[in-house]
Design a protein around this ligand. Structure first.
Ligand code: CP
Ligand code: NVA
Length: 302
């Protein structure tokens, strides 16, 4: 039995298998075919933080595949009524797969350790693997071949950036990161990258213009992630020079795409002009969450 806790759990062949299943399901979906590959299977979703995309894309995807899903609320008492281990042991004998969004990464790790069914990380403070699989699938759709291409990450080296670094390493995508010095990848995470993806071609700079040079994709995320709301004003000051606007996009190649995991804070990390502009693929990128997660579910459960 497999879990999807971080991209480090997957090798490149497995990522390509998920992408192949995704392409088949996405093509069939567009033809009006919804093969009930997961008929009778049940998915439990448990979210300690807000979500639109992750929750809806998993629920819709499971419905397309003939399975059912249940969103567990605070009435289950997760983290309060019984131990996490007991919760995971019991839940996993009743459902076939668990999607968990937790405040602390360790919670997903603990649930997976005690679960008898696959557990999928739906975002933690440390990683967001489902997001970045959809991101690299989207990039591949736009540029054809990922190997040797370059993704520029502008902003906070957060959960999405960390997962992207792992995925870029696995798939041969060069990554250029532009962030203020205090918001770079930590030494501990750089050591983890070195262990998991020694082949990653990573450059780090304080200069967004330098990072976007030669990039196939320019990617950003909010400056203050969920759980960092109290740091928002400080971060607005610290990231003021890291906005993706028309001027910065002009330094990128003419055919570079703009990516954002969403939700966005328009006027902060990105201007309306860019996110609504011709380079932006953010809606297709969000839509691919559903297609790729269907691929993940079929890969894990079939
Ligand atoms: N990108 C993403 O995970 O969105 P949600 O927080 O809405 O799920
Ligand atoms: N970095 C953001 C991603 C949201 C999908 C957060 O954790 O809030």
């Amino acid at each position: 039995m497999r879990h999807l806790i971080t991209i480090a759990d997957l090798d490149v062949q497995e990522i390509m298998e998920i992408f192949t299943i995704t392409t088949r399901l996405k093509t069939e979906y567009r033809q009006g075919i919804r093969a009930p590959l997961l008929a009778g299977r049940v998915m439990a979703l448990l979210f300690e933080k807000q979500s639109l995309r992750t929750r809806v894309s998993f629920e819709a995807g499971m419905a397309h595949l003939g399975g059912s899903s249940m969103m567990l609320g605070s009435d289950t008492g997760f983290g309060k009524r019984e131990s996490t281990a007991d919760f995971a042991r019991v839940l996993s004998v009743m459902v076939d797969v668990i999607v968990l969004r937790s405040k602390m990464h360790q919670t997903v790790v603990d649930v997976a350790r005690h679960s008898s069914c696959p557990v999928i990380n739906g975002l933690t403070d440390a990683f967001h693997p489902c997001q970045v699989l959809a991101d690299l699938y989207t990039l591949q759709e736009h540029i054809g071949s990922l190997r040797g291409s370059k993704l520029a990450w502008i902003g906070d080296c957060n959960n999405v950036a960390r997962s992207l670094a792992l995925a870029c390493g696995k798939l041969g995508v060069r990554m250029a990161v532009a962030s203020p010095p205090d918001y770079r990848f930590t030494h501990a995470f750089l050591a983890e990258l070195n262990r998991s993806v020694p082949e990653l071609d990573l450059t780090m700079t304080e200069d967004p213009q330098e990072a976007v040079f030669d990039a196939s994709a320019v990617y950003t995320d909010v400056w203050a992630s969920m759980g960092q709301e109290s740091e928002r004003e400080q971060r607005q000051r610290d990231f003021a020079d890291y906005q993706i606007n028309k001027d910065l996009m002009a330094s990128a190649p003419e055919d570079a795409i703009f990516m954002h995991c969403l939700p966005a804070r328009r006027g902060e990390e990105v201007t309306d002009e860019v996110i609504d502009g011709p380079h932006s693929v953010v809606v297709a990128q969000a839509g691919n969450r559903m297609h790729v997660q269907k691929g993940i579910l079929v890969w894990l459960l079939c």
